[in-house]
Design a protein. Structure first.
Length: 261
């Protein structure tokens, strides 16, 4: 009888533990489900509309892309920039820092100088018309007083019909960087002051895209351009095909944007 009572108590404890685990799982689901809905990448228009908007981006004749570091362009929007170049567009880019606080996989003595050369090599592959290096401090570009005046002066000189920057408002996760969203926030703030006649601004690394550029035909070039950043990736552009799959819009590979007008 005592053995039966002990066995029954043990079974009761196991059931209680299972119930506690079940309620814990329910609680986690209740908390995470809304967060997933908020932070997951979700196309806000139909696939056809997104691709049509991507065709509109590729029709631009003069584009100005502004990023924080060497390799940002090739990683996130290299396919789009290559397609613009192939279409005859004037593709000008601004790199705010020389990436001196980034990885140094090849242990070079002068990382900033090497990263500048790597960016120039990648730019030749992607067909950039001009690359401007602002030389601002890595991880401090957004707070540097020189950023906004430099951006304003370059904008007025170039007079682009499209701007391309990171999305500082609805960035896709998990990777965020103070120079990515920070420089984009400064550019976006300036763009809002331009008023009527301002060009559209295309925001990338966004979780609410409404523009899709088919980069299937230039994926090899995207990988090759990214591989020029040897200090960062060891000379490999691997991983792009998994990260930039275009199944959602019915193509092999795509780069997404959120456009503001």
């Amino acid at each position: 009888m005592l053995r039966g009572m002990l066995l029954g108590a043990s079974v009761g404890r196991k059931r209680a533990r299972r119930r506690r685990w079940l309620w814990a799982l329910v609680a986690v689901a209740v908390v995470t489900a809304p967060l997933y809905a908020v932070f997951r990448v979700s196309l806000t228009v139909s696939p056809a509309a997104a691709l049509e908007a991507g065709t509109g981006l590729l029709a631009k004749r003069k584009v100005l892309a502004i990023v924080g570091h060497p390799d940002d362009l090739e990683w996130y929007v290299g396919g789009t920039l290559r397609r613009l170049s192939d279409a005859g567009a004037d593709v000008q880019v601004v790199v705010a820092t020389s990436g001196e606080k980034g990885p140094n996989r090849t242990r070079v003595a002068d990382l900033p100088a090497v990263r500048v050369r790597e960016q120039q090599a990648a730019g030749r592959i992607n067909g950039y018309t001009r690359i401007r290096f602002l030389g601002l401090p890595d991880r401090g570009a957004a707070k540097d007083a020189r950023l906004l005046p430099d951006v304003q002066a370059i904008y007025r000189e170039v007079q682009p019909d499209a701007l391309i920057v990171f999305d500082p408002q609805l960035p896709s996760l998990p990777y965020l960087h103070v120079d990515h969203q920070g420089t984009a926030r400064a550019v976006l703030g300036f763009w809002h002051t331009l008023g009527a006649g301002r060009p559209p601004i295309y925001l990338f690394q966004t979780r609410r895209p409404d523009v899709a550029v088919d980069i299937s035909a230039v994926m090899d070039t995207k990988e090759r351009a990214l591989a020029q950043h040897v200090t960062q990736n060891g000379g490999s552009g691997a991983g792009m095909r998994q990260l930039f799959g275009g199944k959602t819009v019915g193509v092999r590979y795509t780069e997404y944007f959120r456009v503001l007008r």
